[in-house]
Write a new protein. Structure first.
Length: 386
């Protein structure tokens, strides 16, 4: 196991009826920007709960933050905060709203052009506007980490950044919101969390036994929870397990002391930037094909995953590893995920030259835990994904 430090200051309030505690979490007299997305919070009752909990505060609304939040939209919020002298931001939404608020938080006091934060994938360590979150869609884990991904619409770029100043001060996670979600969003949440775990776990044996067992527990719970929550989103226990898995998948715990991958995400982000494909769907498309192309360097961990998570028994570890990939693909399909680019667009052939050129321009020619994913392997992964 590698040396590590773990810092996570986010206060998490989990369970039904926790939104009522907002007033005890936000400084008295704060002027609040209430940031949200497309408006579902007005239909599912969350907005009304938030407004009632914030009685006595000055609240300035800012809606319209997109899935895969756009830099251009977020800068409007930055300007509003500066003009209105707002001191606190409350993100009410899913991962995209929370990611967007992290950028807004970093950009308000940034000395220079805020687009630099995204383009240079900066680590923001200070001088950010404080914020909290009310989670309405379990998926990304952004409610308990300091990472963010933002799209620059003008150039079709989707890039990540973060830093210790971008942890939410608090996050309220109420599983009852799951009952109002469209099936597609529940599917996305399940697979987003699943692949988040895989990016940190499915590398090579690193003698980090506890991290492995926690990761495998999250994966098994997601597999067991998927049919329950998809069949009945009002099942509070299933929704609770989904929400907690999504948070635990990316709050930093299972990545401590180990080398991680994140190449599936790097490729998937380009599919979203090019075609607008849902983030989780890009992960379902790319992940299994990345495992196939990088089979030799991942097969030991693939075999462990196959034995422990899928209970596969076969004559050899190579067979177990290969079957584990097929089981993963089948699981994605069973939850309703596409597993090819052509299922999502009629212009699938554009993906290979577009993404290879992007990686080459950025000098992303040695990705993954072994830095062995070069442009040739990238093209192989994309070819298998068409």
């Amino acid at each position: 196991m590698l040396n590590f430090e773990w810092y996570n200051p986010t206060r998490l309030l989990f369970g039904a009826d926790q939104i009522a505690k907002l007033k005890s979490l936000i400084p008295p007299g704060a002027k609040i920007l209430l940031a949200y997305g497309g408006g579902s919070i007005f239909q599912n009752g969350v907005h009304q709960q938030v407004v009632e909990a914030l009685e006595g505060y000055t609240v300035v609304p800012f809606g319209g933050i997109e899935p895969n939040p756009h830099y251009e939209t977020l800068m409007k919020a930055v300007e509003l905060i500066r003009a209105e002298n707002i001191s606190f931001i409350l993100a009410v939404g899913g991962g995209s709203v929370i990611d967007g608020v992290k950028f807004i938080s970093a950009a308000v006091k940034f000395a220079g052009d805020p687009i630099t934060i995204i383009r240079e994938r900066m680590l923001i360590k200070e001088n950010a506007i404080p914020f909290g979150t009310v989670l309405t869609l379990p998926a990304t884990g952004s409610e308990m980490n300091s990472g963010s991904v933002v799209t620059i619409a003008a150039t079709q770029e989707k890039l990540s950044f973060g830093g210790e100043a971008l942890f939410p001060q608090f996050s309220i996670c109420d599983p009852t919101v799951v009952q109002s979600l469209p099936t597609r969003q529940i599917q996305n949440g399940l697979i987003d969390a699943f692949v988040h775990v895989m990016e940190q776990y499915l590398t090579f044996p690193q003698q980090a036994d506890l991290q492995d067992r926690i990761a495998e527990g999250i994966l098994q719970t997601l597999i067991e929870t998927a049919p329950k929550v998809l069949q009945n989103p009002s099942d509070y226990q299933a929704a609770s397990n989904l929400m907690w898995c999504c948070t635990m998948a990316l709050n930093g715990l299972i990545s401590k002391g180990v080398k991680v991958d994140w190449a599936t995400h790097a490729i998937g982000h380009e599919l979203t930037a090019l075609y607008g494909i849902d983030h989780a769907r890009t992960l379902a498309i790319i992940g299994p094909n990345l495992y196939r192309v990088l089979f030799e360097s991942k097969k030991e961990k693939l075999a462990q995953y196959g034995k422990r998570v899928w209970q596969i028994s076969a004559a050899s570890d190579d067979q177990i590893a290969a079957e584990a990939i097929e089981r993963t693909t089948a699981f994605f399909k069973q939850t309703g995920m596409p597993t090819t680019i052509s299922e999502c667009t009629e212009d699938a052939d554009k993906a290979i030259p577009f993404i290879v050129a992007r990686f080459k321009d950025r000098q992303w020619t040695a990705l993954g835990e072994h830095q062995n994913l070069d442009l040739e392997k990238l093209e192989q992964i994309l070819q298998k994904s068409l």
